[in-house]
Design a protein around this ligand. Structure first.
Ligand code: SR1
Ligand code: MG
Length: 400
């Protein structure tokens, strides 16, 4: 590793400086600076960074992140950071330092528009999800790849507990804006239709091994500038439902949307519209690109050619595509709701809402998120077009 570092950043260990720069929940991130340049080093420790040693966590998470970056880089190289090395014995990874990019969440909190974002992220999702699914891989190829990621047990367990279970029960790590949201949380935790919806989505997450998903695709896992979009941090990657990636992205955009009114220093109406436009463009861009791949690259075992030919086959394939996307959309919006609820009631919150200092203002934004989340989880069948969701958000934005 030292020889690689010499090559990348110049000099030798005596010339290098190291600083810790991460504020993530899971790992430690360092910047290594040498006379010729800098790299980023991601270090796993045998516990969860945000909680400490009382929450042990497999060191192998860097391995899954490395393998996910490798796999996705082959499919969507423009949107991935370059990885220079992974060292299993030290559970560390060295990669490109993206110093001219910013974490998307931070950019959105500052009200910055990114003109290429929806085009890039919809492309990234269409490529990575389609080509790691049964639509493009043979059943055997997919199983071999799945086998690798099946062992990402600890990180999947975090999601299973923190997203689908804890917010709906009295879990010790839950916290929320109290006392303002106390009654909202009580009614959420006694809401039978909502708990059924959350349980159904947990079952989807556990059983629907559709594609190699990123597994934590929120706005803190994306780095951007005016030209480029880079997707980072896939340590939660495993074979799961495609709608989980889409849902996390939507949820984090909606939470940003509902937080914008708190930025009193600057009118954010135009920015609110930009956010909603991104949600619409991401879904439409994804659906168009995914459909195109369906027409050009459908070659897995899933729609094997032997069951019909000619016109009939064409008709079946097109009908299946429509159904597949409808189900994916329905999954996405229900996962959106799950993510919004857990970021307000569960262990890990988002800076977009947490930065609102006045608890009454914060609770107002959070209550709008909770209401929207419940509505789309319980009544998801009413929302069949992406505009239905953005319209719903607009109507919730003016509620108290
Ligand atoms: C305890 S880890 C909390 C959250 O941080 C990660 O980014 C994931 O979203 C996880 O659920
Ligand atoms: Mg992360």
């Amino acid at each position: 590793m030292v020889s690689q570092l010499r090559q990348k950043i110049g000099g030798g260990p005596q010339d290098w400086s190291v600083s810790e720069i991460g504020d993530g929940n899971v790992n430690f991130i360092f910047r290594l600076q040498g006379p010729k340049g800098q790299v980023l080093m991601k270090q796993a420790v045998p516990y969860l960074r945000i909680v400490g040693e009382s929450w042990p966590l497999s060191l192998k998470r860097n391995f899954f992140e490395f393998r996910a970056l490798q796999t996705h880089s082959k499919l969507a190289p423009a949107y991935m950071p370059e990885v220079f090395s992974y060292n299993e014995s030290t559970s560390s990874m060295i990669m490109e330092f993206l110093d001219d990019h910013l974490i998307l969440r931070k950019g959105m909190m500052a009200g910055t528009e990114y003109p290429n974002f929806s085009e890039h992220i919809s492309d990234y999702m269409a490529q990575t999800l389609f080509f790691t699914s049964d639509l493009a891989l043979n059943a055997g190829e997919k199983k071999e790849l799945m086998q690798l990621f099946c062992e990402n047990i600890d990180l999947c367990k975090i999601t299973e507990d923190l997203i689908f279970t804890d917010p709906y029960r009295k879990a010790p790590q839950n916290h929320w804006t109290t006392p303002e949201l106390d009654s909202d949380v009580l009614s959420l935790q006694t809401d039978v239709p909502l708990k059924i919806a959350a349980t159904e989505m947990k079952a989807k997450f556990l059983t629907h091994a559709q594609a190699l998903i990123h597994g934590d695709l929120h706005s803190g896992s994306i780095m951007v500038n005016a030209e480029e979009t880079k997707v980072i941090d896939p340590e939660f990657a495993f074979f799961g439902p495609m709608g989980f990636d889409m849902g996390l992205l939507f949820a984090n955009f909606f939470m940003s949307y509902f937080s914008q009114f708190s930025h009193e220093e600057k009118e954010r109406n135009q920015y609110e519209n930009w956010i909603l436009r991104q949600i619409e463009e991401v879904w439409k861009g994804f659906a168009a690109k995914f459909s195109k791949l369906w027409d050009s690259d459908l070659k897995g075992d899933y729609l094997a050619p032997q069951f019909s030919e000619g016109e009939q086959r064409k008709q079946i394939i097109q009908t299946m595509r429509k159904k597949y996307l409808q189900e994916l959309f329905a999954d996405s919006i229900r996962f959106t709701g799950c993510e919004m609820i857990r970021r307000i009631v569960g262990l890990a919150h988002v800076a977009d809402l947490e930065q609102i200092k006045d608890p009454k203002t914060r609770a107002m934004a959070e209550r709008r998120c909770l209401r929207m989340a419940r509505e789309i989880m319980v009544n998801h069948s009413k929302y069949t077009e992406i505009e239905h969701l953005t319209q719903l958000a607009k109507s919730m934005r003016i509620q108290t």
